[in-house]
Design a protein around this ligand. Structure first.
Ligand SMILES: [Zn+2]
Ligand SMILES: [Zn+2]
Length: 534
């Protein structure tokens, strides 16, 4: 019946399973859904529920990554132009809580007394446990006796050397919102700011981001700048807060420039003049007080050996124990230089942004633009020069210590912090050394604690609640159900392709329902108020 086709023609026809996957992805559905079994505790009714995988990278799941990105946009928007403090002071305890706290204090005193006298305290411990549990249930946060796990911290003279920026310092006010400006016509404005900071130069680059002269480009500096970028950003915020005298809040995203050096886009609440910014940027630096890596002591086949009995690395020839991380730090003398000093470049980009303006929306899109991609995926290498540039940077990162626990310390004759068997210089598993991270191992989005006063999970549940009300669905009573994962051995386990069919059907239904709900909302808004009320 059908015409004869060639093998090439047949191969070019879409495969049902991959076509369904593509369709599901195009409709924004999750392509790696997790199957859960939901049992209604009252009726015993069982339902299969497919939960989205929640990936943040488009290469893993485009639909989930896009949703994660738009959630970040919501978070950014909600905090940027806040006029009132997002977090109020904690309320004093109510009568019941106060009574519980008094009981807790009595029990503690009795316990401490009994311990000193050598009496049995098991009953008192049980009572204290119950009181703590009850206190937590009433909404009291934290442990009444947090001092139990006191940390012992090394104090090193090198710590003091860190940073005394050349800036006037003000006492930091707990306020988090910016200044209000009043125009001659009486209108008030509370402008916010969009700021981009970059690393300093490591050598001249051409338009495609590759160095003009690769041999003189400072790859070591480029690698170290990327490794310590997050710490430098942190220091900048501290300095800016002290300089401005209030608890400045930010939503920042980190991504590479074309030359593959990280830069940071920052949405800030409140504004700073360009002149002041220039001062703070110039005065901000981060010193890395790590041991020197100038001399390569072990290389190739000549590597330190692990001594099981003492848990140390030894010199393979002399059998001497290599200095531990702590010893290496302690031997940094007063005349030594820091391993690296990270600074921002003098060029920065700053603009004032008003709430609800076109600029505000554009900046937010800019901030979240690359969030669904790996750092290395933000700029595709097209030319040979770009590819070689990326390779050279990776080579520089290969033996650069990424952290105190990095295996690369062995190359320089130092035992990494918490050394264990099987560490090999050049083979550290740290994120920073991987091609997709280009030396930056930190988080892509950095949000200060009092940005919107909500966590990402809070924003997610807001959105869910909005969808539910839009579709007129009341939230199911969570306590009514029990949930369990469905595994391949179970009778009701759905194959991956079956799950994708369900995702596709669910997406289509949801989208239609949502479009209908939106249309209704729009229609009712178009009518005069009296008609709507009727
Ligand atoms: Zn997914
Ligand atoms: Zn490492």
């Amino acid at each position: 019946m059908t015409e004869r086709t060639t093998r090439a023609q047949r191969l070019s026809m879409p495969l049902a399973t991959s076509a369904i996957k593509d369709l599901a992805a195009a409709k924004g559905g999750c392509i790696r859904p997790v199957q859960l079994r939901r049992t209604d505790i009252d009726t015993g009714q069982i339902q299969q529920v497919l939960v989205p995988c929640g990936a943040t990278l488009a290469a893993v799941c485009p639909g989930c990554a896009e949703r994660a990105k738009s959630l970040r946009a919501v978070q950014c928007r909600e905090g940027w132009h806040l006029e009132n403090e997002p977090i109020r002071q904690p309320a004093p305890p109510d009568d019941w809580q106060a009574w519980l706290l008094e009981q807790r204090a009595d029990a503690q005193q009795l316990r401490d007394h009994s311990t000193a006298e050598g009496h049995d305290i098991s009953e008192l411990d049980a009572l204290i446990g119950e009181l703590d549990h009850e206190l937590a249930r009433t909404g009291i946060r934290g442990n009444p006796d947090p001092g139990k796990k006191e940390r012992t911290r090394r104090h090193r003279s090198t710590r003091r050397r860190q940073d005394a920026p050349d800036l006037p310092v003000r006492k930091v006010d707990p306020r988090t919102t910016g200044k209000v400006y009043t125009a001659p016509d009486g209108k008030t404005y509370r402008p916010s700011m969009f700021l981009t900071l970059t690393c300093g130069s490591c050598g001249k680059v051409t338009v495609d981001g590759a160095p003009a002269d690769p041999d003189s480009y400072d790859y070591q500096r480029a690698a170290r700048d990327a490794l310590h970028f997050a710490a430098l950003f942190d220091r900048f915020i501290q300095n800016l807060r002290r300089f401005l005298g209030y608890d400045l809040q930010y939503f920042a995203s980190i991504e590479p420039q074309k030359r593959l050096a990280p830069h940071v886009h920052i949405a800030m609440r409140g504004t700073v003049s360009r002149n002041d910014l220039r001062k703070v940027i110039a005065a901000t630096y981060h010193q890395v007080w790590w041991p020197s890596t100038e001399v390569v002591r072990f290389d190739g086949d000549r590597l330190p050996v692990w001594h099981e009995a003492s848990g140390n690395y030894l010199d393979p020839v002399s059998g001497e124990v290599l200095p531990s991380w702590g010893q290496a730090l302690d031997s940094i003398g007063p005349d030594d230089q820091p391993l690296h000093v990270a600074r921002f470049g003098p060029k920065f980009d700053a603009q004032g942004v008003l709430a609800g303006s076109k600029d505000s929306g554009r900046c937010i899109r800019y901030l979240i633009k690359y969030l669904t991609k790996h750092i290395s995926g933000c700029h595709q290498a097209i030319t040979d020069a770009q590819r070689q540039h990326a390779d050279r940077l990776m080579e520089a990162l290969r033996f650069e210590p990424c952290s105190p626990g990095c295996a690369n310390w062995l190359r320089y004759g130092i035992q990494p912090k918490d050394a264990r068997e099987g560490m090999r210089p050049g083979a550290c598993k740290g994120k920073a050394h991987r091609a997709e991270h280009l030396g930056y191992a930190g988080r892509r989005v950095l949000v200060s604690r009092k940005w919107s006063g909500k966590t990402l999970a809070d924003h997610r549940s807001d959105r869910k609640a909005w969808l539910m009300s839009m579709l007129d669905i009341s939230a199911a009573d969570a306590a009514r159900y029990s949930w369990e994962p469905v595994t391949p051995g179970d009778d009701d386990y759905m194959s991956h392709s079956r799950r994708l069919l369900h995702v596709l059907a669910d997406r289509a239904r949801w989208q239609a329902a949502l479009a209908e709900a939106r249309r209704k909302a729009r229609d009712s808004e178009g009518l005069p108020a009296t008609a709507r009320a009727a």
